[in-house]
Design a protein around this ligand. Structure first.
Ligand SMILES: [Zn+2]
Length: 193
């Protein structure tokens, strides 16, 4: 049973929480973490939408008190995304989010469409990152910045940036990028590398 899970910070994404869980449980690798949280080793946790959320809810409910609908609506971009779906697709994709594999979900979601600008790397606003560090002492990935096609922070009106990863991680489908001074360019907001 999972004994600890990070406290959810304002607008924090599920991806961010999984990254922090992995960091606190070092040296667990990606596959250990997804086995513990999603009941399966080989799943890619995406910054925007991740599958097997019923399993995640079941495994963390004793700590987070979030049922599967709460997880979907509070920790993913689904509340934005579903507006772009035809009514007959909404129920189908919602069901896939709860139970399916990532491959089955992505094939029908449209997130792989290049015109939708979905990303496997998290995006961030440098000012939001600096604020997070100031108020909470950590960096984290916000949900609102992971919405495909959103290029500007709705709070600060500055362009979003994409996380930097090392070359080994770029080619890996399974990657959890920590929000940090290494993965984020924060020089312009007074946090030096
Ligand atoms: Zn911002």
């Amino acid at each position: 049973m999972i004994a600890y899970f990070p406290e959810i910070l304002p607008d924090e994404s599920l991806y961010s929480l999984v990254c922090r869980y992995k960091k606190y449980n070092f040296p667990l690798n990606h596959h250990h973490v997804t086995q513990q949280l999603f009941g399966k080793t080989h799943i890619a946790v995406r910054p925007d939408l991740t599958v097997r959320l019923k399993e995640f809810s079941d495994r963390t409910f004793h700590i987070l008190k979030l049922d599967v609908s709460d997880v979907i609506y509070k920790l993913t971009i689904w509340p934005f995304y579903f507006h772009f779906l035809l009514p007959n697709r909404k129920g189908l994709l919602l069901d896939k989010l709860k139970k399916e594999t990532q491959k089955n979900f992505l094939q029908t979601s449209g997130l792989l469409n290049k015109y939708f600008f979905g990303s496997t790397l998290p995006k961030y606003c440098p000012v939001c990152m600096a604020d997070a560090y100031k108020y909470y002492g950590i960096f984290y990935w916000k949900k609102v910045h992971q919405i495909p096609s959103i290029l500007v922070c709705p709070i600060h009106n500055c362009f979003l940036k994409t996380a930097k990863v090392n070359e080994k991680e770029v080619t890996s489908f399974y990657q959890l990028v920590d929000a940090s001074q290494e993965s984020c360019d924060l020089n312009d907001v007074g946090i030096q590398q």
